[in-house]
Design a protein around this ligand. Structure first.
Ligand code: CMP
Length: 224
């Protein structure tokens, strides 16, 4: 349980209580775990695999809110506030998780201040990430959004002190990136080509992308 950042500061007794409340579940790729508007009866702590949380318009356009990796937790919002699910959740790889029921989790949060603090910190973290994305979506053109997306991936992989040239391998398709950046796939494709033409990235035949920090940063913060 301590491999979940949200639970790492919990005392042994709280971890034991959490473990006794959780149920192990396993799903194949492509399983719809819940949809926006459903009643939220449980939260999910992911052990392996990947889950996509997204908002989908009636016309089928998708905005990916977050890609849930092992060690992350989701589904806490409707459990805590009693409102319907705020997004759709679909497994995009075979996934294993612990599922914790609403009543048990609310009991834990009510009786253990460390659990309440951890969930508050977690929600603050979500809001900070959402603000960063809102800024990018509202205030930056698509080429800059794609450049910022690459910089975020690089910082996740290599830390904040990046070398002049760093490498990454995308595990996401251009459609996935389009869903994250609020654009269509052809526009994302054109923006990636523009980054390449500007000398900010080089795509290798092996799928590895070489990213040149300074040109990428200039494109991420254009003058106007
Ligand atoms: P819930 O509303 O129960 O179901 C959808 C879940 O998506 C939600 O709980 C959160 O766990 C997650 N979620 C909703 N909005 C965001 C967001 N802006 N950033 C990250 N995760 C979110």
């Amino acid at each position: 349980w301590r491999s979940f950042p949200i639970f790492e500061d919990f005392d042994g007794e709280t971890i034991a209580r959490l473990a006794s409340l959780a149920h192990y579940r396993k799903w194949p790729a492509g399983t719809v775990l819940f949809q926006r508007g459903d009643e939220g009866q449980e939260l999910i702590a992911v052990l392996s695999g990947r889950i996509k949380l997204s908002l989908i318009t009636p016309q089928g356009r998708e905005l990916v809110l977050r890609s849930i990796e092992p060690g992350a937790l989701f589904g806490e919002m409707s459990v805590l506030d009693g409102q319907p699910r705020s997004a759709d959740a679909v497994t995009v790889a075979p996934t294993e998780a612990y599922v914790i029921g609403k009543a048990a989790f609310l009991d834990l949060v009510t009786h253990r201040p460390a659990a309440a603090e951890a969930i508050i910190r977690h929600i603050c973290g979500m809001l900070r990430e959402t603000n960063d994305r809102l800024e990018t979506l509202a205030l930056y053109e698509l080429n800059a959004r794609v450049a910022r997306f690459f910089l975020t991936l690089l910082r996740q992989l290599h830390g904040t002190d990046l070398p002049p040239e760093a490498h990454l391998r995308l595990s996401l398709s251009q459609s996935d990136i389009a869903g994250i950046l609020g654009a269509s796939r052809p526009k994302v494709n054109r923006a990636i080509l523009a980054l390449e033409e500007a000398g900010a990235i080089r795509r290798g035949a092996d799928g590895v992308i070489a990213c040149l920090l300074h040109p990428l940063m200039r494109l991420a913060e254009p003058d106007e």
